[in-house]
Design a protein around this ligand. Structure first.
Ligand code: GSH
Length: 217
């Protein structure tokens, strides 16, 4: 039974699952929902995910949501043929470390990016709280220092993993937010080590296939 992948364009949570599906070359059927049409709140989708959020998948009659849980499910459901196609390492402690980094990325860096999104994309410019925006950028900067040490010369962990697919969409979102606020000051935080890691992710065969469709326009 083909995996049904419910998604929306531009969501960092969707993007990580999309990268995971493509990286592992899992066959799936794309169900693109529209944020502007409020498809996530319609009964057809609420029957899949009662929280009304993307991403969600179905595998036969099994439905799953929450992007981090979906990545774990996909990796176990479609066991990797090589370590390069694994989303989580085989070794218990390395696996725990990747899970920890995913939590840290979501909890600290991702949270700061989400809060900037909340200001710049969900409020009118006149209502932007410049003090808060600066505070969130500052938090992102501190987290990028931690992240820089992780990615230095390699991936977020010892080899490519779900942690890279978790991190990349948030970083890309930070850069994209400068279209709304050119003086946001996010891009200058990207050090050579982080940029070099970004190029590695951008060079993966899965990258173009999972790129948010409306960002291509
Ligand atoms: N913790 C969830 C977050 C999912 C989430 O917040 N998705 C947003 C898009 S970024 C959503 O679907 N919002 C519904 C809406 O805007 O109607 C996950 O990791 O999957």
């Amino acid at each position: 039974m083909t995996i049904q992948f419910y998604c929306g364009s531009g969501s960092p949570y969707v993007w990580r699952v999309w990268l995971a599906l493509e990286h592992k070359q899992i066959p799936y059927e794309l169900k693109m929902l529209s944020f502007s049409e409020k498809d996530m709140s319609k009964p057809a989708f609420l029957a899949v995910n009662p929280r009304g959020k993307v991403p969600a998948i179905t595998d036969g009659d099994f439905a799953l949501w929450e992007s981090a849980a979906i990545m774990e499910y996909l990796d176990e459901r479609f066991p990797p043929a090589t370590p390069q196609t694994a989303l989580f390492p085989k070794d218990l402690k390395q696996r725990a470390t990747v899970r920890r980094k995913i939590r840290e990325i979501d909890e600290y860096f991702g949270n700061a990016i989400e809060r900037i999104v909340g200001q710049l994309l969900f409020k009118k410019e006149a209502d932007w709280d410049q003090r808060k925006i600066a505070q969130f950028v500052n938090t992102a900067a501190k987290e990028l220092e931690v992240i820089e040490a992780w990615v230095d010369g390699g991936f977020v962990d010892e080899q490519i993993s779900a942690a890279d697919f978790t991190l990349y969409p948030y970083v890309a979102m930070g850069v994209r937010l400068e279209r709304r606020k050119p003086d946001l000051g996010f891009s200058p935080l990207l050090t050579p080590a982080i940029k070099s890691w970004m190029r590695k992710i951008e060079g993966l065969p899965c990258f173009d296939k999972a790129y948010p469709p409306h960002w291509k326009e």
